[in-house]
Write a protein that binds this ligand. Structure first.
Ligand SMILES: Cc1cc2nc3c(=O)[nH]c(=O)nc-3n(C[C@H](O)[C@H](O)[C@H](O)COP(=O)(O)OP(=O)(O)OC[C@H]3O[C@@H](n4cnc5c(N)ncnc54)[C@H](O)[C@@H]3O)c2cc1C
Length: 448
């Protein structure tokens, strides 16, 4: 039989829409099956510059530029603590934990600008989905995929639901872009929870937050802010959504929420109050959304591709969002996977697992850099502050913060960080030893 589509993409978030746009541009017939009706709210609002070349290639950049999202020129970190940090051989180390970087400090291949965006994901995701449709993809909205059958060697059979009606669809290939709902991860039992990171986030939007009250320079006002909290392994994001609206979220270990045995609102304020400047500024702003919570994150998959399927974006892998990597991984995993898909389609060699080995290798390598960077950060976050302020490493750390990890060598700062970490962990008398965190993720564990 001839399948309905060359590719069926499950999920119309950034990963799914981007994959659909690439495949449709390459002349393949593509369906996107999205369970929600857009626009819908979604967490993950601050982009990194590695998204820009993908938006350009898929034809979405013009609409993103025209949407009026706040420009993001860099990132800042603040703290409530004023503990003096021994310099331990690092230069320029500030006495608090504060740091900032601007993207203008490092040229990035394929990126023609020194900024990216913070986005309202309701609008951003709708815009990307529409772009996929304009490129030629067929979009089914409000239709949930409930089952997938790979028994037939020539066809993937998908069962989808629209209200109470069942819609059967067939394709040569399934692209799973279902996000943290991890459709294939669950159906094929491939999901492996992270043994260490079990983070939890409570977040909302405020209107009228005076962002300049938290910035040390007017240029910083529209940065993403990461506010360190006195509680270990805990931080707050501050992301501009419009001129006046700001997204704010508390991230901590999940067990703290269980132990607090309180509601989301009380939990949020309890943590935010640990940072007096932030809490004072937020106290004058108006909350305009209910509190939402995100748990169950950080996992890997035993496989991210197989015979007639590929997993992209959060459906393939999720690492802690401290460095705003998620949407960039979604877009770039779609880009890299589609390279293999289009090549196999053009060669007429079918969509066996071997066709996707380039994608598997590249994505695993890139995400392992993120994972290691994040692990090191949680083990000793002072190290991140030290590296970002030291001219020997600053540009290389910035490369990570730009999301520039898919091509080329491992960022050099990573090995240097590993080396310093080993010394600090191995020496109880090291001046940085008291700053060690409690999350001891193995760096470069094979699956992660
Ligand atoms: C607390 C937190 C903070 C974050 N902060 C950031 C940040 O600042 N910057 C950043 O870049 N990233 C951030 N992220 C990560 C970011 O949210 C994700 O990486 C990104 O949304 C992944 O895109 P995606 O397309 O893979 O998945 P999603 O955006 O989740 O899209 C998946 C889509 O699939 C649909 N779907 C799922 N199952 C089905 C089904 N069975 N049938 C049909 N449709 C289905 C869903 O409705 C959804 O629209 C954060 C994540 C968390 C948890």
């Amino acid at each position: 039989m001839t399948p309905d589509f060359d590719a069926i993409v499950v999920g119309g978030g950034p990963a799914g829409s981007t994959a659909a746009a690439y495949l449709a541009q390459a002349g393949m017939s593509v369906a996107v099956v999205e369970g929600a009706v857009f626009p819908r709210p979604h967490v993950g609002e601050s982009l990194v510059p590695a998204t820009t070349p993908v938006l350009l290639e898929t034809g979405a950049l013009e609409a993103v530029d025209a949407a009026g999202f706040p420009r993001k020129y860099g990132a800042s970190w603040t703290t409530a603590e004023s503990r003096r940090i021994p310099h331990a051989g690092f230069t320029n180390l500030s006495h608090d934990w504060a740091a900032k970087v601007q993207f203008v400090e490092r040229d990035q291949e394929g990126v023609d600008r020194d900024f990216t965006y913070h986005v309202d994901r309701g609008r951003f995701d709708l815009l990307l989905l529409k772009n996929a449709e304009e490129r030629g993809a067929t979009v089914f909205s409000g239709v949930r995929v409930t089952g997938v059958d790979f028994d037939d060697p020539d066809v993937v059979r998908v069962t989808a639901r629209l209200g109470s009606a069942e819609v059967p669809l067939t394709g040569r290939l399934l692209v799973d872009a279902s996000g943290r709902q991890t459709l294939l991860g669950r159906l094929l039992r491939m999901k492996v929870p992270d043994p260490v990171f079990d983070q939890y986030a409570v977040h909302t939007w405020f209107d009228g937050l005076d962002r300049s009250a938290l910035a040390s320079h007017p240029k910083e006002v529209d940065h993403i802010f990461v506010h360190f909290l006195p509680v270990k392994d805990s931080w707050v994001w501050q992301i501009p959504i419009t001129d006046t609206i700001t997204s704010v979220g508390v991230v901590t270990q999940k067990f703290r929420f269980r132990e607090a045995a309180t509601d989301r609102e009380a939990f949020f304020w309890d943590f935010v109050n640990g940072h007096p400047a932030l809490s004072a500024a937020l106290g004058k702003a108006e909350r305009i959304r209910p509190f939402s919570a995100e748990g169950d994150y950080s996992y890997a998959m035993k496989a991210i591709a197989g015979d007639r399927y590929v997993l992209i974006g959060d459906a393939a892998r999720f690492v802690d969002p401290i460095f705003s990597s998620g949407v960039s991984v979604a877009l770039n995993s779609a880009r890299i996977a589609c390279r293999d898909i289009v090549a196999a389609h053009r060669a007429g060699t079918g969509f066996g697992k071997a066709a996707f080995s380039g994608y598997e290798d590249t994505l695993r390598r890139a995400v392992s850099y993120w994972y290691e960077f994040i692990s090191i950060y949680y083990r000793l976050n002072i190290l991140f502050t030290a590296f970002v302020q030291d001219p020997r490493y600053r540009v290389d750390v910035l490369r990570m913060l730009q999301g520039d990890v898919y091509d080329g060598e491992e960022p050099k700062a990573l090995q240097a960080m590993r080396d310093v970490l080993a010394v600090v962990e191995g020496d109880p008398d090291h001046p940085w030893h008291p700053f060690l965190g409690t999350l001891r993720a193995p760096t470069m564990a094979p699956l992660f």
